[in-house]
Design a protein around this ligand. Structure first.
Ligand code: ADP
Length: 583
């Protein structure tokens, strides 16, 4: 049962129709056997009862019935084929949509832990595997098991001794098969892991090809890729080489039943206790009954392997989704109470409590690794804290509907992702239904209108992979434009660490100054001069809050902030004097 569950990625009902149709088709396959036996019977009778005179009319009836059978089967198979495939494709379409829905509800943290290649492989590759097996291999296996069972009952009524002889070796075959299943579980997991690993290395190689070439890493990186393919090859050979003999042995032992049956049949025939016609019946049915069974057995190993793919998909559905149904409150007051958060064993936030007033500009500063970005990620619910809680307008974040919470938050992070689409659509993506006028207005506020209209196709210039490349500063302004168009009351801002040219820096600063007006802003600041006007500055060090206040208050306090300020002033003075010297 669990195999069916895995094989269908949880949609067990989807196999019912294909299995029933395959059983029906297998059942119909018996008809020609019965007709052939009827023809043999007529021949026998002509020899034994009618003194050599054939029942020609009877033979015509048999031929007519065969013709009718062929027409019925042709239509039946066509319908069953269509139903099976339609069923399988709709299962994978529904499954993919369900998985995408699950992914949407998972916290960013769970998604980031996985390789993107792994998820893509699941959405495409795993479901393709499942499609094939739902429509094909599984019904075939079910049919191959049910039909011999029915045949056994029918044949046992004819002659139980012959029936027993025919199926004597079947249990041995099934035991070998059960053993194969066990081996496959462990080898299959290893093989699948190697396949995913190779896929990820391939993706890494292709995406990073520019850097790889620039740093002349073609050799070492290619070795990594080659090693991954080599591992996959080794696992594949191991899987085939280990399973192959077992499957062949299972097939051979099932087929041995036919030999046993012939030996017993000849013995009984010579002893005079078996009717020759019954012997012929057994021979005809015996020669046909094992073929689908052995074909299905060869598929069985593949079927188990496909069920591992389904198991992987189901494990993702089991991951805890983000909680919360409540409407977010009107107030944008942000509070952290005794919040602690670790990435695995690495503690990033240590018992942190702070309050940010609605409509205020708040800056997070401090040495690198102090936990500033993590606070932003907790506010955006990429992760939920292990201890303590975050509150919006006095309501715990974990109780608020994640999607409605996101509607209240704009994020301007450093790593701006641009879709393979026009600039206009990349900005419009901030709000559903945004018009071209909205886009231009947002772009003007974000100081990117001027550079956009200078592009060959203006707002329709394609960007992202394969499109025009934008500079870091330009990308960041696009992401600020997205925030303008979204017009959310809370803005989470991660200031760029990389140094920008003065013009870009001035434009970005101007865009940010306009964006933060009238909103509740939490900003990770690296250059302290940009946050002198912040309403509150929180100094984080080693995951703890060590100081808070306005710029003036903190300077007076002469703590870590004052030290960092002095350091930055000095380094700026130093660059300035260097410029002066150069002039
Ligand atoms: P900051 O933004 O102040 O530089 P972060 O919030 O990025 O600091 O990081 C705080 C600590 O958590 C650092 O020690 C960092 O190494 C660690 N950290 C950050 N992100 C991850 C992650 N995804 N996995 C493991 N450790 C992380």
């Amino acid at each position: 049962m669990s195999m069916i569950q895995h094989l269908t990625a949880g949609n067990t009902r989807s196999v019912v129709k294909p299995v029933l149709l395959t059983l029906l088709s297998n059942f119909l396959n018996i008809v020609p056997l019965v007709l052939v036996l009827q023809a043999v019977n007529l021949l026998f009778k002509a020899q034994t009862e009618r003194g050599g005179e054939m029942d020609v009319q009877g033979l015509w009836w048999v031929c007519g019935a065969l013709l009718l059978y062929m027409i019925v089967v042709f239509w039946g198979e066509r319908l069953s084929y269509r139903a099976c495939f339609r069923g399988a494709y709709s299962v994978s379409a529904e499954g993919r949509a369900r998985l995408a829905e699950t992914l949407r509800k998972l916290p960013m943290g769970s998604l980031l832990r996985r390789d993107p290649g792994d998820l893509a492989n699941m959405l495409m590759g795993d479901f393709t595997l499942i499609e094939h097996h739902i429509s094909h291999s599984f019904p075939q296996l079910a049919g191959a098991l049910v039909m011999p069972l029915l045949a056994f009952v029918g044949l046992a009524v004819l002659d139980w001794r012959m029936a027993l002889a025919m199926f004597a070796a079947l249990p041995i075959g099934l035991v070998i098969l059960a053993l194969t299943t066990r081996i496959l579980r462990s080898l299959g997991h290893q093989h699948m892991a190697a396949k995913i690993h190779a896929g990820n290395r391939m993706q890494e190689y292709l995406l990073g090809i520019q850097v790889i070439k620039a740093y002349n890493l073609v050799g070492p990186r290619f070795t990594r890729l080659k090693d991954a393919f080599h591992d996959l090859m080794r696992e594949s050979i191991r899987l085939e080489a280990t399973l192959g003999p077992f499957v062949l042995l299972a097939i051979a032992s099932i087929r041995a039943g036919l030999t046993v049956m012939i030996l017993v049949g000849v013995h009984l025939l010579l002893g005079g206790t078996l009717d020759p016609l019954i012997f012929v019946t057994f021979l005809v049915i015996g020669s046909r009954i094992f073929d689908p069974l052995t074909a299905a057995l060869v598929n069985y190993a593949e079927l188990r392997y496909a069920s591992l793919a389904g198991e992987r998909i189901l494990s993702l559905h089991d991951e805890p989704a983000m909680t919360g149904e409540a409407e977010p409150p009107e107030s944008c007051e942000i509070q952290l109470r005794d919040v602690s958060f670790s990435y695995g064993n690495k503690q990033a936030i240590d018992n942190l409590s702070l309050v940010m007033k609605p409509g205020s500009l708040n800056a997070l500063v401090g040495p690198s690794g102090g936990g500033k970005t993590t606070v932003l990620k907790l506010l955006a619910r990429f992760y939920d804290p292990q201890a303590g809680n975050l509150y919006l307008g006095g309501q715990p974040l974990t109780g608020i509907d994640p999607e409605r919470l996101m509607a209240k938050i704009s994020m301007v992070f450093q790593d701006v992702y641009l879709f393979q689409d026009s600039i206009a659509n990349n900005i419009a993506f901030g709000r559903r239904g945004a018009t071209r006028e909205d886009v231009i207005e947002a772009a003007k506020k974000a100081c990117c209108h001027d550079f956009i209209i200078k592009l060959p196709e203006g707002y329709d210039t394609p960007v992202g992979e394969g499109g025009r490349t934008l500079s870091g500063g330009e990308k960041q302004r696009i992401s600020i434009a997205r925030a303008f168009i979204k017009n959310a009351p809370i803005v989470l801002l991660d200031e760029a660490t990389s140094s920008l040219d003065p013009e870009n820096e001035r434009d970005i600063q101007k865009a940010i100054d306009t964006l933060v007006k009238g909103r509740t802003v939490v900003m990770v600041a690296h250059r302290l001069k940009t946050i002198q006007r912040a309403d509150r500055i929180f100094v984080l060090d080693d995951g703890k809050l060590c100081e808070q206040g306005t710029h003036e208050e903190l300077l007076k306090h002469k703590g870590l902030y004052a030290k960092l300020w002095d350091l930055q002033q000095q380094s700026q003075g130093w660059t300035l004097s260097k410029h002066l010297l150069a002039v």
